[in-house]
Design a protein around this ligand. Structure first.
Ligand code: TRP
Length: 329
């Protein structure tokens, strides 16, 4: 069986982008692979959450994982900070990660732009921690969205560098993975860019139907097509992209044809889109609410997951220490 690792930061409720970019694949992969799915709560600290919020945010993402169909009886589901071996591997990998390559990472440059008053060292070494998460279980496949491609490339580089440096063939080089032809990118509702937790352009799995209707009706569009067959604008294309993942193919075709013949009414498109999103998210939302109030169940899942994850992680760290040259006295 191949080994699969993936995680999502606990920085807010999960949205449609998380679902279609990552979790949908997690659920599909869990039966045929040995899977480790975790909540990246160390990574979440780079944006300095308040101590009073941290636990609730972790709990929310955990409940959302489970509500989406990740089965802790099959996959290992755990909280990153429950596995301190990750931080040891992170420290060891930092020794051969170079500041230059870290500074050139797109996500780091973006953070410099977005949070200029909090450019902490952990943002710089974020890809090293992510590599540690992945190779600590000697993963082969990592289901992630398109935005994580570069981090995966760096993970492969760090794994390869470790192998070369110590002349071993220890870490496999993991690949980004998606079931479709390409890595999926779900756009936001504001006409530009991807759906994000902090961008204010997202639809959350836990959103109530009324919120979803309101958000979709407010989504950015344009003045409408004026010549038959013309390319939709970026904003309208984005709505079609979301529609493609939640609506029937006939529905998508219907509105595309209406656009092509300049008869489209964006209000109708949005109404349909909102109802199709609700149809998709409503059962998940109800399950999230059920699971989140079941503390006994959640604490059992977390304890089991930590135990299984640490078993695999501590074996790797033991072997890595040996490869590096640590010897018992
Ligand atoms: N960087 C990922 C994100 O922002 C989260 C993440 C942390 C991750 N460690 C990982 C994803 C390991 C896959 C594997 O979405």
């Amino acid at each position: 069986m191949e080994i699969v690792v993936s995680g999502i930061r606990s920085t807010g409720n999960l949205h449609l982008g998380n679902y279609f970019g990552a979790i949908k694949n997690f659920v599909k992969m869990q039966k045929e692979n040995k899977c480790y799915f975790f909540i990246a709560d160390y990574h979440a600290l780079t944006t300095h959450p308040k101590p009073g919020d941290l636990h609730g945010m972790i709990k929310q993402v955990l409940a959302e994982y489970l509500a989406c169909g990740i089965d802790p009886e099959i996959a290992t589901v755990y909280i990153q900070s429950d596995v301190p071996e990750v931080s040891e591997l992170y420290l060891l990998l930092n020794m051969n990660a170079y500041v230059g390559e870290l500074e050139r990472t797109a996500s780091f440059k973006e953070k410099i732009r977005k949070q200029p008053d909090n450019i902490n060292a952990a943002l710089l070494t974020y890809p090293v921690l992510m590599a540690a998460d992945i190779i600590i279980h000697k993963a082969n496949k990592v289901p992630v969205g398109k935005d994580q491609e570069q981090h995966l490339e760096m993970t492969r580089r760090f794994a390869r560098r470790f192998n070369m440096m110590y002349e071993v063939n220890y870490f496999p080089e993991p690949d980004a993975y998606n079931f479709g032809k390409q890595l999926v990118k779900i756009p936001g509702l504001d006409g530009t860019g991807k759906m994000g937790k902090s961008e204010g352009n997202g639809i959350f799995l836990a959103d109530k139907p009324e919120e979803i209707r309101k958000k979709v009706m407010r989504a950015v569009t344009d003045a409408g097509p004026s010549t038959p067959g013309e390319e939709p604008s970026e904003a309208v294309k984005n709505l079609f992209t979301i529609m493609k993942v939640v609506s029937d193919p006939e529905t998508v075709k219907y509105f595309k044809d209406k656009h092509a013949s300049c008869e489209i009414r964006y209000g109708d498109l949005k109404k349909q889109l909102a109802e199709d999103i609700i149809k998709f998210t409503e059962p998940i939302r109800l399950r999230i609410n059920e699971i989140i109030s079941d503390n006994k169940y959640l604490s059992r899942v977390v304890a089991d997951g930590a135990e299984k994850a640490r078993e695999s992680a501590s074996k790797t760290v033991r072997e890595v220490r040996e490869i590096i040259g640590y010897r018992p006295f």
